[in-house]
Design a protein around this ligand. Structure first.
Ligand code: PNS
Length: 159
């Protein structure tokens, strides 16, 4: 039996924190489907195609697939044959939103379990929004994102 996890998010853009969680997930499943949300409440910096392409550039592992999804996450998880939803927990501030989402997803799809993973210590403070903010003002994000993402951010903010 192939164990599949879905790792959903906006990935606007993917950071080393996300990459770390993908690798950690491969420690307990055979395949990770990185699920890039079409409908993000906020206006994303990168288009859906750009976010998907950047993740593919950052993650070369054959056990990792990148797909976009629209609508309910649990429906997408069922379609991909996933039994696990992976989410990262960085700080207490993440907890309430994540707890709410996990319970709602259980309500919608009781057969799918949400698993929370803690990122590497030095990546705990990292978020896509912080990366965007630092890059927007010309700060160095080389330690926080893959070089492909760094280049993409440079191009975005060069305009
Ligand atoms: O990286 P983000 O922005 O915190 O990811 C949030 C995401 C995309 C995982 C969440 O908004 C989501 O699952 N959206 C799909 C719609 C859905 O299923 N909503 C019900 C779950 S509460």
């Amino acid at each position: 039996m192939t164990r599949v996890a879905v790792y959903p998010g906006s990935f606007d853009p993917i950071t080393k924190g996300h990459e770390d969680l993908i690798q950690r997930s491969l420690g307990f499943v055979d395949k990770v489907v990185v699920a890039v949300a079409v409908n993000v409440a906020k206006q994303p910096l990168f288009s859906l195609d750009e976010r998907v392409a950047l993740i593919r550039q950052c993650v070369g592992d054959k056990r990792v697939e990148v797909q976009s999804f629209d609508g309910l996450l649990v429906e997408f998880a069922k379609k991909t044959g996933a039994t696990v939803i992976v989410r990262g927990l960085r700080a207490v501030s993440d907890f309430e939103y994540e707890f709410q989402m996990a319970l709602m997803n259980r309500n919608l799809g009781p057969e799918i379990e949400t698993v929370f993973l803690v990122p590497a210590f030095d990546l705990t403070y990292l978020s896509s929004s912080l990366v965007r903010e630092v890059a927007r003002f010309g700060g160095d994000v080389s330690a926080l994102v893959h070089p492909a993402v760094q280049q993409a951010l440079k191009r975005k903010f060069a305009k």
